[in-house]
Design a protein around this ligand. Structure first.
Ligand code: AMP
Length: 260
C-alpha cells in the first residue's frame, strides 16, 4: 500500500461509530496541523474470539459526514484484506501488557500495537492523537513509539463525558435504557475514590457499591498513572482504573489524580 501523505499531518486512528470523544480528537488534529487525517478500521486483530467484532457498531456513511463536517481532509477506511494481506508480523509491548485490560483480553494490545504501527507507516503522521479514556492503550502506544524509535509525536486528549459523567464510548450503544441510567455510577464511583487518593478503604467500598448496583467488576485499582503498577506513596500521579460489565456491555474508565 502506498503512503498517504507526509509533512504536517495530524492523525486520529479510530474504529468508527463516532461520538464526541472522537470529534474532540479530530478537532485537535484539525487545529494543530495543515492536513488532518482519520482512519476508520474495525481491527479484527484486537478482538478476542468471544468478543463483539461482528456486532461492533458501524455507520460508515454517518462517520464520513461527521469527519467532513469537522474539516478532516483525509478519511482512510481500508478493508481487512488491505491491512492484513497475510497474517504474520505482530508487535508486542510486554511490560505494559500483563495486567488489567490485557489480562481480561489476551492478545488485545498486540492487535492494537500492530495495527497502530501499520497505520503510522501508511499515513506517516507528524502527530497522532489518542484518548486518555483508554489509558493502558495510550501507555502501550507511547512505549511502542519509544522502543521502536518511531518518528511520530503523540497527543493525548482528556476523556469526553456525557453530562451525567459517563465516559463516551461506541459501546454505550449496547446499553439498555435501565443500564444507561445505572452506567454513570461508574465514573461517580472512581471520581470518589480518586478524591480519596485511592485509599484501600475507598476502593473496597467502591467495589461493594458497584457490585451492589449490578456491575460485574473485572478490575478496580489504584495505580501509578504512567506505569500501571500498584500505587506507591512516592508516586506523583495516580489513576483509578476500572472495567466492569453491565449486562452485555463492558465499560472501562479511569480517573487520574495528583499525589503529594
Ligand atoms: P475507538 O474508535 O474506540 O478505537 O477510539 C478511537 C480513539 O478515540 C482512541 O484513541 C480512544 O481512546 C479515543 N476515545 C474513545 N472514547 C473517548 C472519549 N470518551 N474521550 C476521548 N477520547 C476517546
Amino acid at each position: 500500500m502506498q503512503q498517504l501523505a507526509g509533512g504536517d499531518l495530524g492523525f486520529v486512528p479510530t474504529m468508527g461509530a463516532f461520538h464526541e470523544g472522537h470529534m474532540q480528537l479530530m478537532r485537535e488534529a484539525r487545529e494543530h496541523h495543515s492536513v488532518a487525517a482519520v482512519s476508520l478500521f474495525v481491527n479484527p486483530l484486537q478482538f478476542g474470539p468471544n468478543e463483539d467484532l461482528a456486532n461492533y457498531p458501524r455507520d460508515e456513511a454517518r462517520d464520513f459526514r461527521l469527519a467532513d463536517e469537522a474539516g478532516i481532509d483525509i478519511m482512510f477506511a481500508p478493508t481487512v484484506d488491505e491491512i492484513y494481506p497475510h497474517a504474520g508480523t505482530t508487535i508486542k509491548v510486554p511490560d505494559l501488557t500483563t495486567r488489567w485490560e490485557a489480562e481480561i483480553r489476551p492478545g488485545h494490545y498486540d492487535g492494537v500495537a500492530t495495527v497502530v504501527a501499520k497505520l503510522f507507516n501508511i499515513v506517516r503522521p507528524r502527530t497522532a492523537y489518542f484518548g486518555w479514556k483508554d489509558l493502558q492503550q495510550c501507555l502501550v502506544i507511547k512505549r511502542m513509539v519509544e522502543d521502536l524509535n518511531m518518528p511520530v509525536m503523540l497527543g493525548f486528549v482528556d476523556t469526553v463525558r456525557e453530562d451525567d459523567g459517563l465516559a463516551m464510548s461506541s459501546r454505550n450503544a449496547y446499553l439498555s435504557p435501565e443500564e444507561r441510567c445505572k452506567a454513570p455510577q461508574l465514573s461517580r464511583t472512581i471520581s470518589r475514590v480518586a478524591s480519596e487518593k485511592g485509599s484501600a478503604q475507598a476502593l473496597a467500598e467502591a467495589r461493594k457499591s458497584l457490585e451492589g448496583d449490578g456491575f460485574l467488576v473485572d478490575y478496580l485499582a489504584a495505580v501509578n498513572a504512567g506505569t500501571l503498577q500498584p500505587l506507591n506513596p512516592q508516586d506523583r500521579e495516580g489513576a483509578i482504573i476500572v472495567a466492569a460489565r453491565l449486562g452485555k456491555t463492558r465499560l472501562i474508565d479511569n480517573m487520574r489524580f495528583a499525589l503529594g
